[in-house]
Design a protein around this ligand. Sequence first.
Ligand code: BTN
Length: 248
Amino acid sequence: MNIFYKNYTIEHHQELDSTNRLAFKMADGNQIKDYHVIVADRQTSGKGRSSRIWQSIDGNLHFSLILRPKIPTNKIVQLSFVAITALRLAIQNIAANKPIRIENKWPNDLLINGKKVAGLLLESSINQNNVVFVIIGIGLNLTASPDNPMFPASNLKDFGIDLNKQQGLEIFLDQFEELYQNYLSYGFRNIKNLWLQAAYKLDEKISINDGEKQIDGIFKGIDDDGNLILEHNKETIKVSVADIYNSD
Ligand code: BTN
C-alpha cells in the first residue's frame, strides 16, 4: 500500500533484497514517477558503496528515493551531496540541544562524534546525455549498529536521539525538498558550502585508500564534480572514488 506524504509517494515493504534494486527495476520499467520512495524494514542484500554489503538491521531505516531531474548527466553526483546534507540538517535540527558533533564524511557518510550513523548510495540511469532517473538510497542507523564495520559505527539512539522510522523518513524528506529546490534553482554552490561547513577533517591530515593504495595528505575540500581535493607532497590531486580511513 502506498502512503502519500506531501509530494512523495511512499511504498513500504517488510522485506526486500535491496530498496535500491527494486527502485532501479521499477524506474527502469517506467513504473514509478518522480518522488517515489521505497522503504523496507529489512534488506537481505542491502547494497553499500564499492559493492559492499549494507547490514540492514531491523529497527533501522532503509529507503530509496527516485528522482527524474532535468539536469546534465555530469551533475548527477551533486545530488548525493544535496541528499546527505539534507539528512545532516534534518538530524541537526531535532538534536539541536544535544552536545554532539554531526559531520559529513566524504563522499556521503554521516558521522556523529566521529562514528558513522548513515550512508548513501546513488545509482542512476542515463540515455545519451539525459538523465532518465536517479536513485538515492539511504541507510540510517536509528537503533542498531552493524557488526565489524570498516569505519567505527553507531546509531542515533546511542546519542539520545529517539526517532522512529516514519519520523526519520519525514524529517529527511522535508529537508530534502527544501535543499533540492534550492539546488535546482541556484545550483551547487549553496549545497557545497553547507556540506563543507560540516566536513569531517577539512584542512586536516587524512589517509585515503582508492582500492589499490593508501595516500596521505591534507583534505582541502571538494570540487563541483564531488571529487575529494587532497594536498599530497605539495601537489593537489583530485580523487573520485576512495574511502577515508580513521587515522585517529
Ligand atoms: C554506504 O556504503 O555507506 C552506502 C550505504 C547505502 C545503504 C542504503 S540502505 C537503502 C538503500 N538500499 C540499498 O541496497 N542500499 C541503500
